[in-house]
Design a protein around this ligand. Structure first.
Ligand SMILES: [Cu+2]
Length: 481
């Protein structure tokens, strides 16, 4: 702040934020003194209450970034440091998490990692160096517990695209789509997985149910479903031309829901998962994204018409989960055709080989205890719910660890590791290699193994990205030394 008074600094910051409202200003030039003297930041996010017209005659009140849902697309360049300024216009402290980036714990935006928080009606400013390249995102990391007006239930999310140093390939249009549900409520209905479960899984489910002393606790339901903050049919259609190659970046910005997406009459050529290029791009009809997962996929537009890109779940699509894709000079009601059911298989996009042996293997068994405090299920890793007083588990920098994610519950868990990418090495018993991710969806009673070689020291949070699961115990803290 140099010799400036705090009052001057705040005035400057407010002016800067007004200038940048609705977007982020990426100063491509060299670092200048103004960064340390309180001038405009490269990225400014203002957290505040907003009203969003998600449909005709339907406005919701939520909290968002810079007045929109999703917040503005933030384009950064790999390895080029930026100044970030965060303003909080709400009555509660906030945490802004840079999901999927390998950055210091102080700026990662997680309370467990002792990151900087944005005070209520306050502001903070810091620098970070974006990495790795690809589709990342930014979202709130506060606990919601039973308050469904907080945390990832709100509109606090925005795409972050870190431009790669080399070209990502040829395409004619690039489109960012984030799915999110609104108007959450607590209900009793258990989430059923869509995939037909095999006999063994069904049997395990029965056994685990019998062992539970209490009935299943609260689940979350939603009344409204959106893509880029609009219910199906209420936003601008995606306008395409025959013969175009459209690069879609999908983000599941849900608080709790895993989702499938299809565009009838078209194939998705999956080129990146969680922003990282896959070893084997493959075409599929149906995408699946656990909470916080990203998929980048190229679609060749060669089936002229007006189509719905949306979820195969009819009720959810009717309540908004979809967006219209309209070819030039084509009119009429958008068409939906139910896609064939084919289970999502990460290994399709990986190398068909066994990854090299880890230095150490860490078993992580996920468990659920029905109906705890307030009627909420409690979640455990190796028998324990998160305890902030417990010593974090130490990991050595540059050592290769194999995390064995063993889901002994009937729910699917989108498992996230902060400040690292991990390599999928085994999916449901099948070896694979070369797929780098930061979230992996572990289905009920399934096992996935991932290898991680931490490159940056500090506290690193591991958790289920389903807000309700995270809030009620599904977390573990590592300390990389
Ligand atoms: Cu979970």
């Amino acid at each position: 702040m140099n010799a400036k008074t705090r009052r001057n600094f705040l005035a400057d910051a407010a002016a800067a934020s007004a200038l940048l409202l609705g977007g982020c200003n990426h100063s491509a030039g060299t670092r200048t003194e103004r960064d340390t003297a309180g001038g405009p930041a490269d990225v400014t996010l203002r957290i505040g209450p907003i009203r969003v017209d998600i449909a005709k005659d339907h406005t919701i009140s939520t909290i968002g970034y810079n007045g929109t849902v999703p917040g503005p697309l933030i384009r950064l360049r790999e390895g080029v440091p930026v100044t970030v300024e965060l303003f909080n216009d709400t009555d509660a402290p906030e945490l802004v998490h840079w999901h999927g980036q390998i950055i210091p714990a102080s700026v990662d935006g997680a309370a467990e990692e002792k990151s900087l928080q944005v005070p209520a009606h306050g502001q903070i400013r810091y620098q970070l160096t974006p990495q790795p390249a690809g589709a990342r995102f930014v979202h709130t990391h506060v606990m919601s517990m039973a308050d469904l007006n907080r945390g990832t239930y709100t509109g606090q999310f925005a795409f972050v695209y870190i431009e790669p140093k080399s070209s990502p390939g040829r395409y004619d249009q690039e489109i960012f789509l984030a799915t999110h549900e609104f108007e959450p409520f607590l209900g009793a209905e258990e989430m059923e997985e869509d995939d037909e479960q095999d006999k063994e899984t069904k049997e395990k489910k029965k056994q685990v149910k019998q062992k539970q002393e209490k009935p299943n606790g609260w689940e979350i339901g939603y009344r409204r479903f959106t893509v880029n903050g609009k219910c199906l049919g209420h936003g601008e259609p995606i306008r395409v031309k025959e013969g175009q190659r459209v690069l879609f970046h999908f983000l599941n910005a849900s608080a709790t829901e895993n989702i499938q997406l299809a565009l009838p009459g078209h194939q998705f050529q999956v080129v990146a998962l969680d922003g990282n290029p896959v070893p084997q791009p493959q075409s599929v009809e149906l995408l699946e994204l656990g909470t916080a997962e990203r998929i980048s996929a190229v679609v060749e537009m060669k089936n002229p018409g007006v189509w719905i890109l949306g979820t195969p779940k009819d009720d959810d699509r009717k309540n908004g989960m979809g967006v219209v894709v309209e070819y030039a000079n084509r009119k009429g009601s958008p068409r939906w055709v139910k896609p064939q059911k084919k289970p999502w298989d990460y290994t399709l996009f990986g190398q068909n080989r066994t990854a090299r042996n880890p230095d150490e293997t860490i078993p992580l068994v996920f468990g659920k205890i029905n109906g705890g405090k307030g009627g909420f299920n409690r979640w455990t890793i190796n028998g324990n719910s998160f305890d902030e007083k417990a010593e974090p588990r130490t990991l050595q920098k540059s050592k290769r660890y194999r995390l064995v994610l063993d889901n002994q519950t009937d729910d699917a868990h989108p498992i996230h590791l902060h400040r690292n990418s991990f390599e999928l090495t085994k999916v449901h018993g099948k070896p694979t290699a070369g797929i780098l991710k930061d979230v992996v969806l572990v289905k009920g009673f399934k096992q996935i193994e991932v290898d991680v070689t931490p490159s940056m020291d500090g506290l690193t949070l591991f958790h289920c990205h389903q807000q309700l699961h995270m809030d009620y115990g599904f977390k573990l803290l590592f300390n990389v030394v």
